[in-house]
Design a protein around this ligand. Structure first.
Ligand SMILES: Cc1cc2nc3c(=O)[nH]c(=O)nc-3n(C[C@H](O)[C@H](O)[C@H](O)COP(=O)(O)OP(=O)(O)OC[C@H]3O[C@@H](n4cnc5c(N)ncnc54)[C@H](O)[C@@H]3O)c2cc1C
Ligand code: SF4
Length: 571
């Protein structure tokens, strides 16, 4: 094992390489380091240490152009990502890749939302964490869709317990089979209007549960458990800028500091992994090839095991680019499924309305989450739908804004600013997308980017089941607002492209049969035993729940398995 420049000089040695430093890569590195493995984390973006959050403490008046990015800048640098009007702002643009620097192609529109820096999207994520259940893990088999998941809830349940405890997930137990309860910290309570919404919805639709969002924000800080650079959440609700208090879970506040404390972690930033090297004689991967994005130096680094955590698209691109005599179509791609079955949650549908009846109440301060309504369609005989399979959940909130200041000046404006406006309720639907073989990403080997890597093309779209499900998602949102007494309800159904929900998954799926899947039940490549893929590429279906806590649970489980195999001398 060792690091070699291309002229062959050995520099150092590692037991494990982790590609990527985001949510799953941070977890993989921490678990490997805790077990004593000398681990190299390779991250293509710049270094970020906890606390290096440039906009975290800026007040609204300190952000240029009222936090808006001028349209010329959006058109030049973010032509694709700015199609999502809510995404690129002055307070977060340093966490977002510029489209012109990282070009990609689209047969069908794909909103690829990502940022290259240590911590990856763990810095900007929304922190919602919901367990998946057997409703999800059994669905493909029962309905004859794609392939069966190679494990069931009972296999992953202890790993949810394990990661939730360290991560710190606030939430309320509800006893629902579709999102099993977990190891929760106290929830961020619903405010008075949200609590009323919960009660009114329950009266008319008992199966629709409005519960506090379950988020990775520390409502209680226990230093002996929540290790790393963390502290209690102060409810400032500016998490997407990075949190100086370490109030929410990210790689830079939690997993990387713990990994560093072991003395076993080396992080190499600005290191673009281009491929994994397959050694035909050994019948396994020997290491990776990488390019330093600053110096341009190219090198090969070897290790005993490799964890791919470069995000769904990033890991799939590396594997597709790892072509050898044994694997001419990409590493471990004997099944031909690598790059296929692209999923995301579909998005861009919901409803909002003024929420009446609470004009005499007021609450002060902020909180970093509102409510969640878990899936209630197709969960049993009584809720089965004829028109479509699977379901959807909602994230939303009810809050009180300021009085209308439009057209007011001087004293009138001052008066209006100090008066509260109406409460507003809003909810966005997150729908399940099925794994279609035709939905895919592939590499353009004749069109390289500035680092000499093939560019990526996306060709994935929503299909009939998704469109039917969307109509019902919007209808149910309106029904619930009506049930709570809202009148001026507005709904929307803007069919967004895949990628927009930032839950892309499925392009190196797990399965039981090497002929139809890329990974086995331990996230290990069927065909290359010392390569593990534990980011969203591994997912066999998309569920309705936000997926990252599941990536973390699968990652911790895969490291444990790899460790046992290494101890037995098998790996
Ligand atoms: C605004 C926003 C809100 C979100 N909200 C939620 C939520 O509420 N709940 C939820 O579950 N999920 C949420 N997500 C999604 C969540 O962030 C992702 O699922 C998660 O970060 C994926 O983890 P990952 O480890 O696969 O990849 P990432 O966190 O994206 O990290 C991948 C890392 O790999 C690096 N990399 C890529 N290619 C290479 C290469 N060739 N060589 C070296 N390094 C490479 C990247 O630079 C990056 O740092 C949200 C995302 C965003 C942006
Ligand atoms: S809400 Fe909590 S985690 Fe988010 S920025 Fe504020 S203190 Fe940090």
């Amino acid at each position: 094992m060792g690091t070699m420049t291309l002229n062959g000089k050995i520099k150092s040695k590692y037991d494990a390489i982790v590609i990527g430093s985001g949510i799953s890569g941070g977890y993989a590195a921490m678990e490997l380091c805790k077990k004593g493995y000398k681990t190299l984390m390779l991250e293509r973006g710049r270094m970020v240490k906890h606390g290096e959050y440039p906009t975290a403490n800026l007040d609204p008046w300190e952000l240029p152009t009222q936090n808006r990015v001028p349209s010329e800048e959006l058109e030049k640098h973010y032509p694709k990502q700015s199609r999502l009007s809510w995404w690129v702002h002055q307070d977060n643009k340093h966490w977002i890749n510029k489209d012109d620097e990282y070009p990609y192609e689209e047969v069908e529109r794909f909103d690829w939302i990502r940022g290259h820096h240590v911590g990856g999207r763990s810095i900007m994520w929304g922190r919602h964490c919901y367990r998946w259940s057997d409703l999800d893990f059994e669905a493909n088999l029962k309905e004859g869709v794609a392939v069966d998941w190679p494990f069931r809830y009972k296999d992953i349940q202890p790993w949810y317990d394990y990661v939730e405890t360290f991560v710190g997930v606030s939430g309320q137990k509800e006893g629902l089979k579709q999102i099993p309860d977990g190891k929760f910290l106290p929830p961020f309570p619903l405010n008075c209007a949200e609590q009323n919404f919960r009660e009114e919805v329950k009266k008319k639709y008992p199966e629709r549960v409005v519960t506090p969002g379950r988020v990775a924000n520390l409502t209680e800080y226990k230093p002996e458990i929540h290790k790393g650079k963390r502290g209690q959440c102060q409810s400032r609700n500016r998490c997407w800028r990075g949190c100086p208090f370490g109030g929410y879970f990210s790689s830079v506040s939690a997993t990387i500091p713990v990994a560093e404390e072991t003395g076993n972690l080396t992080i190499r930033s600005n290191s673009i992994v281009s491929e994994i090297i397959f050694d035909e004689k050994l019948g396994k991967a020997s290491g990776v090839k990488l390019k330093d994005s600053v110096t341009g130096e190219e090198m090969e680094i070897s290790a005993r095991i490799i964890f791919c955590n470069a995000s769904t698209v990033g890991s799939t691109a590396i594997l597709l680019n790892s072509r050898s005599k044994a694997f001419p179509n990409g590493l471990g791609n004997g099944s031909g499924e690598l790059g296929h079955n692209m999923m995301d949650h579909h998005y861009g549908m919901g409803a909002y309305a003024p929420y009446p009846g609470f004009e005499d109440t007021y609450y002060k301060g902020r909180k970093p989450v509102g409510f969640y309504i878990p899936r209630f369609r197709n969960i049993d005989e009584a809720t089965n739908q004829k028109e479509y399979i699977r379901g959807f959940g909602y994230q939303g909130g009810i809050s009180r804004g300021r009085a209308d200041t439009n057209g007011k000046l001087g004293e009138d404006l001052k008066d209006a600013i100090f008066k509260p406006g109406p409460y507003y309720a809003g909810m966005t639907c997150f729908g399940e997308m099925l794994p279609y073989h035709e939905n895919r990403m592939f590499l353009n080997f004749d069109k390289n980017d500035k680092h000499g890597l093939p560019t990526i093309t996306f060709d994935a779209k929503l299909r009939e089941n998704e469109f039917k499900l969307r109509e019902d998602g919007v209808k149910c949102a309106v029904e619930m607002l009506e049930a709570a007494g809202c009148t001026d309800i507005k709904s929307y159904n803007d069919a967004t492209a895949p990628g927009a929900c930032i839950h892309e998954m499925g392009t190196a799926r797990m399965g039981r049969d090497p002929k139809t899947s890329v990974l086995n039940k331990w996230n290990q490549m069927h065909e290359v035993a010392n390569v593990f893929v534990t980011d969203g590429a591994c997912m066999t279906s998309s569920g309705t729940q936000n997926p990252s806590i599941t990536y973390m649970a699968l990652t911790a489980r895969a490291v444990d398995y790899a460790h046992k195999q290494m101890n037995k001398g098998i790996l």
